[in-house]
Design a protein. Sequence first.
Length: 219
Amino acid sequence: MHRGNRPRIDKDHRATFATKLPPVGTRQRLVQAARELLEAGGHGAASVQAIADRAGVATGALYRHFPSKAELLVEVFREAAKGDLAALRAAASSGSCVERLEAAVTTFARRALSNRRLAWTLVYEPVDPLVDAERLVYRREYCRHMAVLLRQGIVAGELPDQDAELSAAALVGAIAEALVGPLSPIAGRIASKKNVIAPLIRFCRRSVGARDGAHARRP
């Protein structure tokens, strides 16, 4: 092949390849780096310098994309929460009302228990008020989803009449409290998912008045 033809062909090939595989942006690298550090060691490990080093950028780059480290942590929490809610909705998309309620609780608990350190850091560990505010947004959204499932169960006759919003808030609070011990990094012995989820499902069923004869999904 004549050498004069090679540069143009190679250049076109590289341009096409680059178009198909765009590089990950700095903002997303910062979010991913912060998440990995939180997962590894909690908020104490996620300093601005550590995040920047892991993302492969200077510390000033963080502040060009986020007003503060707290804003970056809010973004990390927001992405994780969106993933959890999407998984919860997908799991609770079929079956009877009680089965869908069980699926929602099971999915929430299983995802948290599958990455205990990150779940503890994002949901329980004391942190900046901005992250606390985002936690409340997520909790309200989870409560709204649970309330919808409860109202559907009441209409279908699977659950007794009750204040769906109040019951949903009580369930979400109970689930969060029940997971404190299993998720805590200083709790000592780690309980298995089965030993946490199965009793939690039974508690939730009884709390909302689901009939004992109704089919229960295995955790």
